[in-house]
Design a protein around this ligand. Structure first.
Ligand code: SF4
Length: 363
């Protein structure tokens, strides 16, 4: 896929969401670019990320009671999968469809969501007899200025208080080392920050804090995030401060101070093509990531019906294989041009690389 960067204007951030805040701390410029491009990624997301959005939608529909039996489950599943596959085809990602062949444990994950439906139905049957719980799926929580705003997956209110729940489809824990040097599993800091921000926003809207915060996994495990009210308030103040500081850098047109290229920050940043700080960083760090840059010198055709580039990079010849012949004319038009190739598959032994389903070339 060949792309050109569209014109974009750096704009002040009007708001930040609890789910964005933690990852934006390490490189605020990522959020600034996302905002300037209307949150449309400039590089394709992998199959798991697309599938994750389907899972999240299914859980949302279950929470809202739109999916309430086997039939509505199956209709929604088929509908969401086929719409997503159509979208992927339109985006030039037909090669990762049908999704079921590109997602590990596809059937298991489908069953796990079905279990969530069953458990919810059991819970509704039980609670309709015993309690007056109210369920608020996809509940917006925000401060009065709407500068910090997000949507909690589910809020349950009853006589004993409020519980805020957020559904997560990926890894929940990261490793941490305690005082005695033992490695222990802790809930990822980004999820903890997100839920604590929800708790404080809930307080601002209702004058009281929730009694509990939970992360719910695909296996229907409920993981409690313990909190102190003062901690939630502190994180909220820091988020407000982050927003004001980032906007002051935007006003001064000082992006350099808020861009922080590193392997960890940039590896999965889908705004790399628009980030000049990343492009400069790449010239000395290309061995650590899956992107390469240089001038296309030649397009070669191979007997297995694929194409390859000869790329001139810092005085070295680099070979990129595995390109589709369908785009031969477009690729030839790149000869003599400087490009950056994103999402390649590299080998440890040499600089040479292979194109993947997700490779994108930006002129
Ligand atoms: S590419 Fe790296 S430095 Fe640039 S915005 Fe993304 S995370 Fe920040």
């Amino acid at each position: 896929m060949i792309q050109k960067l569209s014109i974009h204007k750096i704009k002040n951030l009007n708001r930040i969401s609890p789910s964005q805040y933690h990852s934006a701390i390490s490189c605020p410029y990522k959020l600034v670019l996302a905002n300037s491009f209307g949150y449309q990624p400039l590089l394709p997301l992998n199959a798991n990320a697309h599938f994750g959005s389907i899972i999240h939608k299914m859980i949302e529909l279950i929470s809202k009671g739109v999916i309430n039996d086997e039939q509505t489950f199956s209709e929604s599943w088929i509908d969401l999968i086929s719409k997503k596959e159509e979208e992927l085809k339109e985006k030039g990602l037909a090669s990762i469809t049908p999704l079921k062949y590109f997602i590990s444990d596809f059937a298991l994950k489908k069953n796990q969501i079905k279990n969530i439906l069953q458990k919810r139905q059991e819970k509704i049957n039980r609670s309709s007899k015993t309690s007056s719980s109210k369920f608020y799926p996809e509940k917006r929580l925000e401060n009065s200025e709407k500068s910090i705003t997000g949507i909690a997956d589910l809020i349950i209110e009853n006589d004993s208080g409020t519980t805020i729940l957020d559904f997560k489809t990926g890894k929940i824990y990261s490793d941490a080392i305690d005082e005695s040097g033992i490695t222990e599993k802790v809930v990822k800091r980004e999820y903890e920050v997100q839920l604590k921000l929800y708790a404080h926003l809930y307080f601002l809207m209702n004058g009281k804090y929730p009694k509990a915060l939970f992360i719910v996994t695909l296996s229907n495990d409920f993981i409690e995030v313990e909190f102190e009210n003062s901690d939630c308030e502190k994180i909220y103040s820091e988020a407000l401060n982050f927003l004001a500081t980032t906007n002051s850098f935007i006003t001064k047109d000082d992006m350099k101070s808020i861009a922080n290229p590193s392997i960890e920050n940039c590896k999965y940043c889908s705004f790399r093509p628009a980030c000049s700080y990343y492009s400069s960083w790449l010239t000395t760090n290309f061995e650590a990531v899956n992107d390469l840059f240089g001038t296309i010198e030649k397009v070669n055709q191979f007997s297995n019906d694929t194409l390859g580039f000869e790329l001139q990079m810092q005085g070295k010849k680099v070979l990129i294989n595995g390109l589709s012949t369908e785009k031969k004319k477009d690729y030839k038009s790149l000869i003599g041009k400087k490009v950056i190739l994103y999402n390649l598959k590299k080998t440890k032994q040499s600089l040479n690389a292979t194109a993947t389903n997700f490779t994108v070339i930006y002129e």
